[in-house]
Design a protein around this ligand. Structure first.
Ligand code: TXA
Ligand code: MG
Length: 348
């Protein structure tokens, strides 16, 4: 395991790196090294996306199975042609949502090694809008393969503190670029021949947004696992855990009143991921972490992963959160919460 690197931490002042810092990043990437960098979604653990052994180093540093493929990050949507086979639908998605939090799955070209795509014939492509991410890709003159910069299974890091927690000693460089704007990973879609797109992972580009470009949005299996109507009150884990805190985590599926009654009668040491509107209804002995106002799902998404890490730090024995609906950005929240809780949903 790669735990012995001496990691250099660079604090980006404003949204830029100096010329010297960019050349250090370039040298590191050229020799197959690993660089943690900020994007507008979450931090990435980047390496040369055309270098087979660099891709292996990413999997090793994250403790991630090498059949779970990586996204390649490009500086300009038009560069996708060099690495994969694009289409008219890709061009329309790119015009509408790139640079930004959208990843598109396309047939790969030979220049992208099999290790990057986990053996698949397709590759995931994304053009981040974060100026530091963009500057790094340009400086390296290669696509940057990057998963989220967390240890496999942990919540994606949305600030440098958690990158350092997970990747110190594992990456060569960690660039501290402050808080990520969206705080939730990119939307992933696969364009289909009939003009529709299949949604593989919901994110800040919503189904409603995609419908302005694609004729239809098919939701892939596994994006939303709703409890069956005949499910027992407590659904045990059905999916593999992801984005997960280490503390026991349950989602509460019910109206506000039922959720308040449930929480206020708990006698365990628990923490509730609440919205501001909940505050007056929750008794003082329940610890809370606020995800902002119910009126602002983008704020909830922005705060979610940090809240999951903070909830662990609070030393409670159980974490609770409300099961969101599926509208707009809530679909992304729902998807992450279901996975973080390993589908443990308490029907109230
Ligand atoms: O916002 C993001 O997308 C962040 C930042 C760093 O760009 N990256 C990210 O990467 O979330 P990662 O590796 O944590 O998640 C990428 C997801 C994985 O679930 C992977 O299975 C899927 O994308 N994926 C990658 N290539 C794929 C492919 N060819 N076909 C289907 N799914 C793919
Ligand atoms: Mg990830």
């Amino acid at each position: 395991m790669t735990t012995t690197k001496s990691t250099k931490i660079i604090s980006a002042h404003g949204d830029a790196l100096s010329k010297e810092e960019l050349s250090l990043v370039r040298e590191t990437v050229k020799r197959g090294g690993l660089v943690v960098f900020p994007t507008e979604t979450v931090y990435g653990l980047g390496a040369d996306g055309t270098n087979d052994s660099a891709a292996h180093a990413i999997y090793e540093a994250k403790g991630r199975p090498s059949n779970n493929p990586l996204i390649i990050h490009i500086a300009n949507p038009a560069d996708a042609d060099r690495y994969c086979v694009t289409s008219e639908l890709y061009d329309r998605l790119a015009a509408a949502f790139m640079p930004g939090p959208l990843t598109v799955i396309l047939p790969k070209k030979d220049i992208i090694p099999q290790s990057v795509t986990g053996g698949l014939a397709t590759v995931a492509v994304r053009c981040p809008s974060h100026p530091i991410a963009n500057a790094i890709i340009r400086a390296c003159e290669t696509p940057i393969a990057a998963p989220s910069a967390n240890l496999s299974g942990k919540p994606s890091p949305t600030c440098a503190k958690y990158c350092i927690e997970d990747m110190n000693g594992r990456a060569d460089i960690i660039i501290d670029g402050g808080d990520c704007l969206f705080g939730i990973e990119s939307t992933i879609v696969k364009p289909e021949d009939d003009g529709s797109v299949t949604l593989l992972r919901p994110g800040a580009v919503t189904v409603e947004d995609l419908l302005t470009v694609a004729e239809r949005v098919n939701i892939a299996d596994g994006v939303i696992e709703r409890p069956r109507e005949d499910a027992l009150p407590l659904s045990p884990g059905m999916l593999y855990k992801h984005y997960a805190p280490t503390t026991d985590f349950y989602l509460l599926d019910g109206c506000d009143e039922a959720i308040y009654t449930y929480l206020n009668t708990r006698e365990n040491n628990c923490v509730f991921l609440m919205v501001e509107e909940d505050k007056p209804h929750i008794s003082d002995n329940i610890k809370t972490i606020s995800l902002g106002s119910r009126e602002h799902p983008e704020e909830e998404a922005h705060l979610l992963f940090t809240a999951l890490r903070r909830a662990d730090e609070m030393g409670a024995d159980t974490i609770y959160a409300r099961l969101p609906d599926e509208k707009g950005l809530n679909l992304a929240l729902l998807n992450r919460l279901i996975r973080a809780s390993a589908h443990r949903i308490i029907k109230l």
